[in-house]
Design a protein around this ligand. Structure first.
Ligand SMILES: [Mn+2]
Length: 538
C-alpha cells in the first residue's frame, strides 16, 4: 500500500507538528504503517522541547512532495550475475521482452548493463589475432551450453583458451596449456596425447565415441571430458557466445537513486542511448531498472495537509501531489484540487483539538506520547487557553488529554511557552521587531510590538536595555512612538515600554516604565482602544 504523508505548513509550530503526529497515529490504527507524519521546515524551540519532554520522535523531514523515483510502483527487477554467459543473458532478454539486462556482482551491486546493442558490438568487433578465451565459467554451465554429456568431471571452473585441434599433433601440443580447452573429433591417439600433455577440458565433437583408455587418462590427469553431438565449428561458436556478461557489460548506463525526482529520472532515461536507467541504493545495490514505459502511468505522492489550507504555506511540490484531505482551523485560503477531497475546517483554537476530537468521537485513545503532543499543540496555539480564539471544544479536549496523560495543562503549558519563548537567547533587536503592527492614529505614526511570555521576569530585569533598543528602532522606522507589550499570558498582565518624545510620553502617563497593564492580553482588543483614547485627548 502506498504511503501517505501527513504534513503541516512551512513554518512548523507545535500545533502543526502535534496534529500530524496525532492524525498519523489515528489513521494508522486502521492501516498500520501507511501514514507518515511529516514536516517541511525546521522545528522551533517550543516544539523541540515538547518532543524531548514526551520522548516522541520528530516527524519525518520532507523537503518536497514532488514525485520521485521511490514513488514508482514497480521497477523491472530482472538482473544477471556478472558470470552469466552472454548467451543466457540474451535468452533472458527474449523471455522478459527487454532490450537491456543489468549485471550485478556477488553483493547485488550494479556492474553495468548488457544491451542488445552491446551484445552486437561485442560479437562484431574483430579480434582475430587473439585466440578465443572462455570463462571463468562453471563446468556444468559450459556442458549445458554445448549440449554435452560430462564423461569425466575435471576442474569445477573453466577459464582458458580454446583450440580446435586440426594441426599436426606436435603443433597442437606446443600451443596448449594446462588451463586450455581442446576440441577434437574421432581420433583416439590425439585425444590421449592431449590428455597426457595436460589440458583442462577435452571436448569430443560430433558424438564420437569416448573410449575407456581416454577416460582413464582424463582421470589420471584431472581433465574434464565432454561429449557433444555438435560439430567442432558449433562448439567453437557456442563457446564464443558463453563469454561472461561481465566482459561485454557497458558501464555508461545512467544510475539514479530513490530520492531523485521523476523529472530528473525522465530526462536521464530520455537522454541515455539505452533509453533506461538503473536504480541503486546508497551502497550501489541494484533495486531495479526503469524505462520510458515506466512514465506512462501518473505517479504522485499522496498527502494530507494539516493546519493550513493554502498553497503559499504548503510543502514544496504540493501542486504535483495528490491531496487526499485537508484539516484546518484557519480562515479559508485558496487551494484547488483536481479530484474531490475531504475538507474539514473548524473555527477551533487549534488543529490538535480537531484531531483530539477524532480520538474522542471514535472511542479510541491516543498513546501517552501522542496525547502529550496534542495537549502541547492545543496549549501552544491557544496560549494555554487564554487566546480569544479558545472555544469550549478546546477546553474539553484539554481536559480529556489531561486525563489520558495524567499531566497538568497549566504547568505543562507554562513550561512549554517559557521554553518556546527562550527570550534570553533571542537578540533584543529581533525580540522587539518580530511581531509588530504599525498604525496611524490621530496624526501620529505608532509601532506596537508584542512579546508573549510566561512570566514578568524578563521585562523587569531588562528595562534599560529594552528602552535603549526601542529608541533605536523608533529612529530606524522614523515613527513618533515605538512601543512594546511584554504580555505574561499566565498572569494575564502586560508590561509596556515606549520610546518617543518626552512631552508625548509624559502626556500619556508613560514617564515611568514599565507601565503595568493588568488584564491586557490582546494588543488589538485590550490595549489599542484605551491607548487610542489617550492619544486622541492629548
Ligand atoms: Mn494551528
Amino acid at each position: 500500500m502506498k504511503n501517505v504523508y501527513i504534513i503541516g505548513h512551512r513554518q512548523p509550530d507545535t500545533d502543526s507538528v502535534a496534529s500530524v503526529i496525532g492524525y498519523a497515529e489515528f489513521l494508522n490504527l486502521r492501516e498500520p504503517g501507511r501514514y507518515l507524519p511529516a514536516v517541511c521546515g525546521p522545528l522551533n524551540a517550543e516544539t523541540r522541547y515538547a518532543l524531548a519532554e514526551l520522548r516522541v520522535d520528530p516527524p519525518l523531514f520532507v523537503e518536497s512532495v514532488e514525485p520521485c523515483v521511490g514513488d514508482i510502483p514497480a521497477f523491472y527487477t530482472q538482473r544477471a550475475p556478472a558470470g552469466m554467459p552472454t548467451i543466457d543473458v540474451a535468452a533472458m532478454m527474449d523471455e522478459y521482452e527487454v532490450r537491456n539486462i543489468p549485471i550485478v556482482d556477488d553483493e547485488e551491486r550494479l556492474v553495468g548493463l548488457v544491451s542488445e546493442h552491446g551484445l552486437a558490438r561485442a560479437y562484431v568487433t574483430p579480434k582475430l589475432e587473439e585466440p578465443l578465451t572462455i570463462g571463468p565459467i562453471p563446468r556444468e554451465t559450459l556442458a549445458r551450453i554445448l549440449d554435452a554429456r560430462i564423461c569425466n568431471e575435471g576442474p569445477m571452473t573453466i577459464h582458458g583458451r580454446v583450440y580446435i585441434v586440426i594441426d599436426a599433433l606436435h603443433v597442437a601440443l606446443s600451443r596448449l596449456a594446462a588451463t586450455d580447452v581442446a576440441i577434437v573429433g574421432d581420433n583416439e591417439p590425439t585425444q590421449l596425447a592431449l590428455l597426457s600433455a595436460g589440458i583442462a577440458v577435452l571436448v569430443v565433437a560430433e558424438g564420437a565415441p569416448v573410449g575407456e583408455r581416454v577416460l582413464e587418462a582424463a582421470r589420471k590427469n584431472g581433465a574434464a571430458v565432454f561429449s557433444t553431438p555438435l560439430d567442432a565449428f558449433s562448439v567453437g561458436r557456442m563457446m564464443h557466445l558463453s563469454l561472461p556478461a561481465g566482459k561485454v557489460v557497458a558501464t555508461d548506463v545512467p544510475v539514479i537513486r530513490l530520492d531523485d525526482t521523476l523529472a530528473v529520472a525522465k530526462k536521464m532515461v530520455t537522454d541515455s542511448k539505452y533509453r533506461t536507467a538503473c536504480v541503486v541504493d546508497e551502497k550501489g545495490v541494484l533495486l531495479g531498472m526503469i524505462s520510458r514505459n515506466t512514465f506512462l502511468d501518473d505517479v504522485q505522492k499522496q498527502v494530507i495537509l494539516l493546519d493550513h489550507n493554502e498553497y503559499a504555506q504548503a510543502v514544496e511540490g504540493v501542486e504535483s501531489a495528490e491531496i487526499l484531505e485537508v484539516i484546518d482551523h484557519h480562515r479559508l485560503g485558496a487551494i484547488t484540487t483536481l479530484k474531490p477531497v475531504r475538507f474539514q475546517n473548524e473555527p477551533l483554537g487549534s488543529t490538535s483539538t480537531i484531531i483530539t476530537r477524532k480520538f474522542m468521537d471514535s472511542g479510541t485513545t491516543p498513546s501517552p506520547g501522542t496525547a502529550g503532543m496534542l495537549l502541547a499543540g492545543i496549549l501552544s496555539d491557544t496560549l494555554v487557553l487564554k487566546m480569544s480564539t479558545t472555544t469550549p471544544e478546546d477546553i474539553a479536549a484539554v481536559a480529556y488529554l489531561e486525563q489520558v496523560t495524567g499531566m497538568d495543562a497549566g504547568i505543562f503549558g507554562t513550561d512549554l511557552i517559557q521554553h518556546g519563548m527562550d527570550l534570553e537567547r533571542t537578540p533584543m533587536h529581533q525580540l522587539l521587531a518580530q511581531d509588530v503592527k504599525r498604525y496611524t492614529l490621530f496624526g501620529k505614526e505608532v509601532v506596537i510590538a508584542q512579546v508573549m511570555t510566561a512570566s514578568r521576569m524578563y521585562a523587569q530585569e531588562h528595562g534599560t536595555m529594552i528602552q535603549a533598543e526601542l529608541e533605536k528602532l523608533r529612529r530606524e522606522h522614523g515613527v513618533d512612538l515605538y512601543m512594546v507589550l511584554f504580555t505574561d499570558i499566565i498572569a494575564n498582565h502586560s508590561d509596556l515600554f515606549a520610546a518617543g518624545d518626552h512631552v508625548i510620553l509624559n502626556a500619556l502617563g508613560y514617564e515611568s516604565q514599565p507601565v503595568g497593564l493588568p488584564g491586557v492580553m490582546s494588543r488589538k482588543k485590550d490595549f489599542l482602544p484605551v491607548f487610542g483614547g489617550r492619544l486622541r485627548d492629548l
